[in-house]
Design a protein. Structure first.
Length: 293
């Protein structure tokens, strides 16, 4: 029986669904990573956003977050599935020696394709936390892309932080997508879980979320600092050096708990949505009934 080829956009569609649900947690995470010490807890951050900006404030930058899923997530999931279909032998689809290189290439592609949306996403989420003189006041994602391109440095600014973002894309895809495949295979083959059950998907994705949060935390924090910098002349190395000097190396794991609070549910939701899309074959042609000979 031939292997089923699912649409390339499943990852991006699932990412949009997960983003709508978890965006307030991602917003709190970004603001915690960019906030000066001493940092508030995630609960205090969310409470402060509600008090100062209302419920609408929890969804600041939503259009940019969705644009990021349509670029970054679609590219990395689509490339990963394509590499698995075209380049990896069918009997090696759970072999880490094949999956890790495939995920690293896919993550780098996703990080580069989605970099401009990531810059916009971080700036829009953190905008209202800045003082009035430094606010950018983008109306939506398209307005933000236009203003950055037209008035704020053009392509150079849209590519701000592309190196750490590609590194994060590699780490995220390797630690999230590959570990999901590996954990799911372990649950099915070793613990005899039903591969079609939601509990199997949630268990594998929860473990993948734990691994992804820990592996990606340093690159995520550095990327946030670079992309949110108001002084465009400060390079990545200088931002990193200043942060280590003033906060110590532990700053790279600043916000791990809020990161997992967001990435754990996000990982569970995105893989749940992908499995549901596959189960119901959304966007795929329906099988035609067999004709009588």
């Amino acid at each position: 029986m031939s292997e089923i080829k699912y649409p390339w956009w499943y990852g991006g569609a699932a990412g949009c669904f997960a983003t709508v649900v978890t965006h307030p947690l991602d917003l709190a995470k970004v603001r915690l990573q960019a906030a000066p010490s001493p940092k508030p807890t995630i609960a205090k951050m969310i409470t402060g956003i509600l008090r100062n900006e209302g419920v609408v404030g929890l969804y600041s930058g939503m259009s940019a977050a969705l644009l990021r899923q349509c670029t970054y997530t679609t590219a990395r999931f689509g490339a990963y599935d394509l590499i698995k279909q075209k380049l990896i032998p069918r009997d090696q689809l759970t072999n880490m020696a094949y999956l890790l290189p495939a995920s690293m290439v896919s993550g780098a592609i996703g990080g580069l394709c989605g970099n401009f949306a990531d810059v916009l996403n971080i700036r829009m989420q953190n905008d209202s936390a800045l003082d009035a003189a430094h606010r950018r006041n983008y109306r939506n994602a398209l307005d933000g892309v236009y203003k950055i391109y037209r008035y704020e440095g053009g392509i150079r600014t849209l590519l701000t932080g592309w190196k750490p973002n590609m590194v994060r894309g590699v780490l995220m895809t390797a630690s999230q997508v590959v570990t999901y495949d590996v954990f799911k295979n372990y649950l099915v083959t070793q613990l005899h879980c039903d591969p079609a059950q939601n509990s199997t998907h949630f268990g594998a994705s929860l473990l993948a979320g734990l691994v992804a949060t820990t592996v990606c935390s340093p690159a995520d924090v550095i990327k946030t600092r670079i992309m949110n910098a108001t002084d465009e002349k400060r390079g990545a190395f200088r931002i990193l050096r200043d942060a280590v000097r003033t906060e110590g190396p532990s700053f790279m794991f600043r916000g791990w708990l809020p990161s997992f609070t967001r990435l754990g549910p996000f990982t569970m939701l995105i893989f749940f949505a992908i499995e549901q899309l596959k189960k119901h074959r959304v966007g795929m042609p329906r099988e035609l009934p067999a004709r009588d000979a």
